[in-house]
Design a protein around this ligand. Structure first.
Ligand SMILES: [Zn+2]
Length: 182
């Protein structure tokens, strides 16, 4: 039975000045995948070195209108990550990914790949701009294992690929059993 630990939540669509500030040319030139801490940056760079799958996900996001902020932090009990659509403007859609920080490296990279696949799902669905349209997307491509929780096969698969690639190259740990999300 698949155990699902993540949630994809559209918090709110904010078109007001607090979020939808005009973006300068300099801002538009910045990378779309942004880390909120040195630790997160180190994890992302490690993943990019070890996992072609993770690199491909980042590349797909970089070619989209989604800006994603990656942070390590606490997540809801029983979950290891979350992807939240927090705003949209005519310039960009803003997504926040939180990875549960208290986990060994292979789990963090697995979860990062998993959540970045969710970001790609949003990025490649241009109609997703608020909670309602995100739920409509998830009804098409995923399933709802619990209240306020969604999952997709692609995210589970991408997380596993990232884990296999990263552990194969480092030899630090064997891949998890093929029984669901870590
Ligand atoms: Zn998920």
């Amino acid at each position: 039975m698949t155990r699902v630990n993540c949630r994809v939540v559209a918090l709110m669509l904010l078109l007001g000045p607090a979020v939808a500030r005009p973006l300068s040319a300099e801002t538009l030139d910045e990378r779309k995948v942004r880390c909120t801490s040195r630790q997160m940056r180190d994890l992302l760079e490690q993943g990019l070195r070890l996992s072609p799958t993770l690199a491909s996900l980042v590349d797909r996001i970089e070619r989209s209108d989604v800006i994603v902020y990656l942070k390590l932090g606490s997540t809801r009990p029983g979950t290891y990550g979350s992807t939240q659509l927090i705003g949209a403007s005519v310039f960009a859609r803003i997504v926040m990914v939180t990875i549960k920080s208290l986990a060994p490296s292979p789990d963090l990279l697995d979860r990062l790949g998993h959540e970045l696949q969710h970001v790609v799902e949003i990025a490649e669905a241009s109609d997703v701009r608020d909670a309602e349209t995100l739920r409509a997307l998830l009804r098409r491509i995923g399933w709802m294992p619990g209240a306020d929780r969604w999952e997709t096969d692609a995210a589970v698969a991408q997380g596993r690929r990232v884990r296999i690639e990263s552990t194969r190259r480092t030899g630090l740990a064997a891949p998890r059993q093929a029984g669901g999300c870590p």
